[in-house]
Design a protein around this ligand. Structure first.
Ligand code: SF4
Length: 387
């Protein structure tokens, strides 16, 4: 379709984007003081069977929006999904497969907390079809883990990674830097200890103070902005020397081990969101929509329905696309913009030129990518694309 026709018709897809599924499990043993996710301290045993039934209710309500499409990845996140038994995860994945086509090579990730790790449970998840485990280790120093309010020790984290690698060949380790009272040397030592554990994927996040958290109302002493920028730079150098490819702001992978599921978010693909507070994005031939499930687990379990499917205004799509795609260190192919927003590339030409003039992106026929300056001032770069 020509650019002129696209401009006249607004959103139009010749081929719909790849499709993923996000499943939210909203419970944790204890709420961490920095956490702003939709996670709730469990009290007593979890209503696993009722929750899985509610997940199927969500999925069935969304099915008419994705008839005939295949899932290329599933991500079971939270919260702490590893609080659920292997039997419940098996029932969940079997139920998803009964309702939707799942690609034979689909990446299926489950998030696990080292404080709830058990070898038999990990084997059960693998048998249920999970083929990638993501471990929320955060630090390998006991004092820092205590400062973060984590329920596990460094020794438990090491054991959990060993157990995970004995069962899964694809494991991600989440680490944080910029922790209370952390020096640059401590951050580097933590990262080196994480690399030594031998996972093929590592995510390194900066601790930030988010509204509605304990840390936000009673802020601990955190390293300043320059120290955190140095930690990030040194982390990138250390991981590159260790053979990891830096492919997104916080994500590092050995060759061939990039997360397919997360890449689909960053490349502005489609995803169904099921579970308390989960949200998703689905494209149709002439529009792009978002949906969000009821947030409170109690209301959610009582059957509160999806808060509704809303069409994203075409004028907002360029910003939404850039919010994700500009996090990719290698940027994106120019054709991806049209493939994922359904809009003509002409609608962003003036803004791309503006970003280029400011030295925030570089462009070739093959690639649009953030420069080093663009990565350092990512918010400023993304905001250029606001409607
Ligand atoms: S374990 Fe993860 S999801 Fe749960 S409260 Fe802590 S940071 Fe949040």
């Amino acid at each position: 379709m020509s650019a002129v026709l696209r401009d006249l018709r607004g959103v139009h897809f010749d081929v719909l984007p790849p499709l993923s599924l996000y499943v939210h499990i909203p419970w944790c043993v204890r709420k961490c003081p920095y956490c702003d996710f939709n996670s709730h301290e469990r009290s007593g045993s979890l209503p696993e069977a009722e929750y899985v039934a509610a997940l199927f209710r969500d999925l069935e309500a969304l099915l008419p929006s994705v008839w005939g499409r295949r899932l290329q990845s599933i991500f079971i996140g939270g919260g702490t999904p590893s609080l659920f038994s292997a039997e419940s995860i098996d029932a969940l994945l079997a139920g998803v497969r009964a309702r939707l086509l799942v690609e034979p090579e689909a990446e299926i990730t489950l998030e696990a907390n080292p404080g709830t790790a058990e070898a038999a449970r990990f084997r059960g998840y693998r048998q249920a079809g999970v083929n990638r485990l993501s471990l929320g280790v955060q630090s390998l120093q006991d004092a820092k883990l205590r400062a973060l309010g984590r329920i596990h020790s460094a020794a438990e984290a090491r054991r959990a990674v060993e157990m995970a690698l004995a069962v899964f060949d694809n494991v991600n380790l989440d680490l944080m830097y910029g922790l209370p009272g952390q020096s640059e040397d401590e951050a580097r030592a933590d990262l080196e200890a994480g690399i030594a554990l031998g996972t093929p994927h590592l995510s390194a996040y900066q601790l930030t103070l988010e509204p509605n958290t304990v840390f936000y109302s009673k802020p601990p002493q955190l390293p300043d902005h320059d120290a955190c920028a140095d930690m990030q730079r040194r982390a990138e150098e250390t991981l590159a020397r260790a053979g990891f490819e830096h492919y997104e702001t916080s994500a590092f992978a050995r060759p061939g081990r990039r997360s397919r599921h997360n890449l689909n978010y960053w490349e502005f693909g489609d995803y169904l969101g099921i579970g308390a507070g989960a949200h998703g994005k689905i494209s149709f031939p002439e529009r792009v929509t978002r949906h969000e499930q009821a947030k409170q687990p109690r209301e959610y379990l009582k059957g509160a329905s999806c808060a509704g499917i809303k069409t994203i205004d075409a004028a907002e799509l360029p910003f939404e696309f850039m919010l994700n795609a500009l996090r990719l260190v290698e940027g994106f192919a120019p054709a991806l913009f049209t493939a994922r927003t359904g809009l003509a590339s002409t609608v962003i030409e003036a803004k791309l030129r503006q970003a280029e003039d400011k030295g925030l992106i570089e462009r070739s026929a093959e690639r649009i990518r953030p420069t080093e300056r663009g990565r350092a001032f990512l918010n400023d770069l993304q905001q250029i694309f606001l409607p």
